[in-house]
Design a protein around this ligand. Sequence first.
Ligand SMILES: C[S@@+](CC[C@H](N)C(=O)[O-])C[C@H]1O[C@@H](n2cnc3c(N)ncnc32)[C@H](O)[C@@H]1O
Length: 215
Amino acid sequence: MHSEFWHKRWETGRIGFHQSQVNALLKRYWVALQSAGEGRVLVPLCGKSLDMIWLREQGHEVTGVELNAQACEAFWQAQSSNDSVPITLYQGAFACREVEGLRTLCGDFFALPVDEFNSIAWVYDRAALIAFPEAMRRRYARKLSKQLPAGVGILLITLEFEGCEGPPFAVSEAEVHELYGERFEIQRCHSVSLERRDAERSEVVYLLRDRMAIA
Ligand SMILES: C[S@@+](CC[C@H](N)C(=O)[O-])C[C@H]1O[C@@H](n2cnc3c(N)ncnc32)[C@H](O)[C@@H]1O
């Protein structure tokens, strides 16, 4: 999946994945994941998601990582009425915007330096893992599993359906275990069919808890 694919999607407004409301599953399941307190949330492949605002409102510092500059711009424009948020260069590779604990890094998730992960307590993944084809999913999950600090928790929302075309790509429960099972205790806590004309899809929520935090 090349960057160009996503840039084109944003350029041509084909962003059906964007939700105009805060994700209901996030609101419902977040509390079950992070009952142990605050801490910074990483939102990989964040788009211009309003979920970041909601997470900030819950008291978390938030870092969203998004490839497309237009998406980052749109996110901040929606937040800051007339005031534009200054952009700084982070690690030579990311355009960084930050206001009161809410931060976006515009650049490639795979280029995110190890240091960046040290401050992360939680990860919110909605439509990030499922945005990648199989080989990239492995690379993505490996990076998270290797670089996130001890005790971290992940709220993961996937899709299940027949077929291997994407994005979005279908990700089975078996694959979630394959990708994350070595490090995380995995709880599948929600599955609901989505009404679609063309095919049946289920949206699935997992809570991933670091075994080190549980022991
Ligand atoms: C399916 S969308 C999900 C957006 C967001 N999570 C949401 O719920 O609205 C995937 C997003 O990931 C971005 N993206 C794709 N590859 C990326 C990468 N390597 N690094 C950072 N962002 C990426 C795309 O530009 C797109 O906005």
